[in-house]
Design a protein around this ligand. Sequence first.
Ligand code: 6GU
Length: 240
Amino acid sequence: MRIKILTLFPKMLEGIVNESILKRAIDKKVCQVEFIDMRGYSLDKHHHVDDTPYGGGAGMVLACDVVDRAILANADAASYKILMTPQGRPYQQKIAKELSLKEELILICGHYEGFDERIRSYVDDEISIGDYVLTGGELAAAVICDSVIRLLDHAIKKESYEDDSFSNGLLEYPQYTRPAEYKGMTVPPVLVNGNHKLIKEYRLKESLRKTFLRRPELLKERNLTEEEVKLLKEIKEELK
Ligand code: 6GU
């Protein structure tokens, strides 16, 4: 996969892809990440990329010609172009999975007060990472990069994300490592005993418990199996 990030602040993102799992994935050629400074597509002699809004009001608006030229110079038929904006569709793990299947992503980051509305006609998708406002799309683009790259083949072991929170519609079960006791807090004995059938059942039940207690709406969106219905009933009994 190739990811191209069109931004006015490429340095905001460089650190993120140069560390840890993302760096390793890029070194292994699992994916390629490129930062493209949109300022280079301004025809203005001072490289302005924005202007005051028609109709008046505070702030500056990112101009459509700069973004248009940046897209034309960097996209082809295989590119899936995404505008990073708080008005976009709310980002979720299932969108990360969807994006991980694309050949090329182009993430377009605005700054300032907003974009010229006509920029929306150049893109395939608009994504928001949550109901709050950031100063620009760069942090959101970093979130997309991180969450998509880890799902690519050979970025990390498949087992490492098969049980992720959200990937099966549930929050992940609790995990422990040594020591077996720390400041009086112990590891559940079932995990130490090595009975894989019991461990599997324990993990499913604790996954259901966490989801029920913290994100009950996720359970409503999911078809529960017979076993899950039984475990959930036990959990509710235990809470009485
Ligand atoms: Cl994608 N951009 C900006 N500027 N703010 C956001 C966002 C994106 N998602 C949530 N808030």
